[in-house]
Ligand binder design. Structure first.
Ligand code: GLU
Ligand code: MG
Length: 441
């Protein structure tokens, strides 16, 4: 509950959701309507379930392009102040049918359902996202990054310190916990790592933190872009972290008996590993996403797990040392800035629970960068995660566990959105794809 972060007397509110193409969509309402909207909702076309980056859309059975209406209900228990605009509230919405039932295409309901499913087995989670973005100034068609490194460079402090101070202050106002920030490796790239919290809040905060970063960038005379690739070779990740708990015990922490983790934690992780090709369609939603998930870029291009291995799609992090019982978590690195955070965490949990149900086991961890070292003895031969939107979408279409968890309408909407993206971008150059997505995330 974060009601204490809400505005005491809001005059206006941003109602916020994120669509299947990862675009933040909002409606503005007078705050006097919030209470009644929280039960009745405000209308929205269901076509938003299959909109792509450029607002073109396809259709899926059960979702008519011109017919029908959804109700967006603000979740007032998760309302927060919109920093920098003291009379504005920011409120995530859930999508309902006109009959008042949760809409099966709603990504936020999906995540809630997966968390509730885990809770019936005594399992809880902490989640956090690392947000990377590119900051630049637009001059006509030109995009000038605000810095050209070095990564984590102290020399950039004069340029960046006021910006980060303002962001930290806004995050505090909105009740968002932040771990740290820095200049990242790519030109104009910046990052904040958000603090761990329950999955629904982590996904909400992903949206609000980005709204805050857009506002502060605008105030500083530049633009922020969370698109998967904006400049050079290095992309913008949105690495998703998840820890798994039962009765206060971390199931990803090493066991006293020498095992790397609890056998249920192992099965959960093996479940995510098994679904990685399908999950890639959720974590890497655009054609340009696949320019990012290449070996050697720390973007998790290798379909494997590893201890602290930044090339592994699944990096077991914080699982060594005296604090491992508190800090062990799995980081899914292939998630990028165009991913929907509700789908990403919900699908991770769904795949993990499926792994537990089937008592899947993990192969040995992959150590080192396979492009440099090749497999050592006893290690599996490393494969890459899908390297195209077509390949990952086919894998999602073939995933029985994810279809069961997402339900037909939601998974078919995601697949239709990906196929539409693939068709629209088929003949676009890398530059044209960047230009198309840069301002939209
Ligand atoms: N920019 C890299 C990515 O695309 C991540 C670099 C890092 O923070 O490890 O995921
Ligand atoms: Mg980073």
């Amino acid at each position: 509950m974060i009601r204490d972060q809400s505005v005491s007397h809001p005059e206006s509110a941003v109602l916020h959701f994120i669509d299947n193409a990862g675009i933040a969509r909002v409606k503005y309402v007078p705050a006097s309507r919030l209470e009644s909207l929280s039960s009745g909702g405000v209308g929205l076309s269901p076509i938003f379930g299959v909109l792509t980056t450029d607002d073109t859309f396809s259709a899926v059975p059960g979702l008519d392009p011109c017919q029908g209406d959804l109700r967006l209900r603000p979740d007032l228990a998760h309302e927060r102040v919109l920093p920098g605009s003291p009379t504005w509230a920011w409120t995530p919405v859930d999508q309902y049918t006109q009959q008042g039932d949760p809409w099966p295409g709603c990504q936020r309901h999906f995540l809630r359902r997966m968390v509730a499913r885990a809770e019936t087995q005594g399992l809880t989670f902490l989640s956090a996202f690392e947000l990377e973005w590119t900051a630049g100034r637009s001059e006509g068609q030109d995009w000038q990054p605000i810095h050209d490194g070095p990564s984590h460079g102290g020399v950039l402090t004069p340029v960046l310190k006021d910006h980060f101070a303002a962001l930290f202050s806004d995050f505090a106002t909105a009740g968002i916990s932040v771990d740290h920030g820095h200049a990242e490796y790519g030109a104009g790239q910046l990052e904040v790592a958000l603090g761990p919290t329950d999955p629904l809040v982590a996904a909400d905060v992903f949206g609000l933190a980005r709204q805050i970063i857009h506002q502060r960038s605008h105030a500083d005379g530049w633009q922020a872009s969370f698109a998967p690739l904006v400049t050079g070779a290095v992309g913008n990740g949105a690495h998703a972290h998840l820890s798994l708990w039962r009765e206060g015990t971390s199931l990803f922490a090493p066991m006293g008996n020498g095992a790397a983790m609890h056998h249920d934690g192992e099965s959960f992780l093996a479940g995510i590993l098994a679904e990685l090709p399908a999950l890639t369609a959720i974590g890497s939603p655009l054609r340009i996403s696949y320019e990012r998930v290449k070996p050697g870029l720390w973007s998790g291009a290798w379909a494997c797990w590893g201890l602290e291995n930044r090339e592994a799609a699944l990096r077991l992090e914080g699982a060594q040392g005296p604090n491992a019982h508190k800090s062990s978590n799995v980081e899914w690195k292939a998630v990028d800035g165009a991913a929907n955070p509700y789908l990403a965490l919900g699908a991770m949990i769904a795949a993990g629970l499926h792994g537990m149900e089937h008592e899947l086991r993990l192969p040995p961890p992959l150590q080192g960068d396979p492009s440099l070292t090749g497999p050592s003895e006893g290690e599996p031969v490393a494969k890459l995660i899908p390297q195209s939107i077509e390949e990952s979408t086919d894998a999602l279409g073939a995933s029985a566990p994810l279809r069961e968890a997402l339900g037909d309408l939601l998974i078919d909407s995601v697949i239709a959105t990906r196929r539409q993206e693939a068709t629209t971008t088929a003949s676009l150059s890398r530059e044209a794809q960047i230009a198309r997505s840069r301002r939209r995330y």
